[in-house]
Design a protein around this ligand. Structure first.
Ligand code: XIL
Length: 366
């Protein structure tokens, strides 16, 4: 599926012209006018999504409306992390996830379940349990709790998140993690088989990052997917987190295209699960930054779309107002905590160039 760059960009510009008409005098989108993207995507059987936090939806009506207008699914930014649910020993706190579930249900949205199994954000008392031989029980209890509670409204699960980290020099390039230490390299297969037994109709996804930049890591992820398919582990798709860089890193287009082709040849779907663009230059004019972000995403989508569009197109956030990349803890390139402009809407909920690029990419799908 090749996108004609000239047509793609000209359409994007024309679309951005049309899009301006859908805004009020201050350039804010009128209610409901932000649905073009999700309806264009749904025509191509693609869902548009965003990571959101319950506090953002509770405290910001404009943002909550933008999410329900723009998206057909949401993903919990942190409400389904083990560090949130099991923060207090003996307590299972799903209040935040319940809020997102009710918001999604009342807004006609679906949810992504993220993440079921991850090496990060595991409370210390849980780590002790894993290390004391209760890994399988803890995994099964967790899966049963969250998969059972939300049913089919969650139709896509990141069953295992970020299991590949070659720098740890383990077998198959697997990351050193409490799950790997307790259950060995086959814990990934185990997780998918367990998830399938509880979510027979959901899309089961292996999710990871840096595949577009690190050919070595991409190779290990591909080898993992091959093993899963060969062993008939019930994996349906790979999630490319797609945390891109505005400058400082170059996408490995050849490696990414090869990766996408191999994934398709395995019969698996490709999802974009956490798209945003990390900036490094905060002292140049907004229009230059926004054009750079749009160009990086356009470039990326050209490689991704070559072998068929992603079934899910999910941003890690929707408005710059809440981007995790504006926080120095998560963006070492932004020690001063400047607003990172790497999402489709700025901090005033106005569309940016990258919105038109994504819209045009989706409209150009045959
Ligand atoms: C991040 C959230 O954005 C933060 O708010 C949270 O404190 C830590 O996790 N890849 C992932 C996501 O799969 O779960 C991470 O989300 C970002 C990187």
């Amino acid at each position: 599926m090749h996108i004609d760059r000239r047509r793609f960009l000209s359409q994007g510009l024309r679309v951005s012209g049309a899009i301006v008409l859908a805004h009020d005098a201050e350039g804010r989108s009128a209610i409901g006018s932000e649905s073009e993207l999700k309806f264009a995507a749904l025509e191509k059987r693609i869902s548009i999504g965003a990571a959101v936090a319950s506090a953002q939806l509770k405290g910001d009506r404009d943002f909550a409306r933008l999410v329900s207008d723009t998206c057909s699914r949401i993903v919990p930014e942190w409400e389904m992390k083990w560090s949130t649910i099991y923060r207090m020993p003996g307590i299972v706190d799903l209040s935040g996830m319940d809020y997102l579930y009710e918001y999604a249900k009342s807004s006609g949205l679906r949810l992504r379940g993220h993440p079921l199994l991850w090496h990060s954000r595991i409370p210390s008392h849980i780590k002790v349990g894993i290390e004391e031989g209760r890994a399988r029980t803890l995994m099964a209890d967790h899966f049963r709790t969250v998969i059972g509670r939300y049913g089919n409204l969650i139709d896509s699960w990141d069953v295992v998140n970020e299991a590949i980290y070659p720098e740890d020099k383990h077998e198959y390039g697997l990351r050193e993690s409490p799950w790997f230490r307790a259950l060995g390299p086959k814990y990934v297969e185990e997780a998918f088989i367990l998830a399938r037994s509880m979510a027979p109709n959901a899309r089961l996804v292996y999710n990871d990052y840096n595949i577009e930049y690190d050919r070595r890591k991409a190779g290990y992820v591909l080898a993992l997917l091959r093993r899963l398919v060969k062993e008939k582990a019930p994996v349906d798709a790979v999630g490319l987190q797609s945390h891109l860089w505005a400058t400082g890193k170059k996408i490995d287009h050849a490696g990414l295209s090869d990766f996408c082709k191999e994934v398709r040849d395995l019969g698996l779907d490709i999802l974009i699960t956490e798209l945003d663009v990390r900036e490094r230059k905060f002292d140049i004019p907004f229009h230059e930054r926004d054009a750079t972000v749009a160009g990086v995403v356009e470039d990326y989508l050209e490689s991704i779309f070559q072998y068929g569009p992603p079934k899910e197109f999910v941003f890690w956030g929707l408005s710059d107002r809440y981007s995790w990349l504006s926080k120095p803890d998560y963006n070492p390139e932004n020690p001063r905590g400047y607003l990172n402009r790497g999402l489709p809407f700025d901090d005033k909920m106005k569309r940016k160039d990258v919105w038109a690029v994504i819209y045009s990419a989706i409209k150009s799908i045959k």
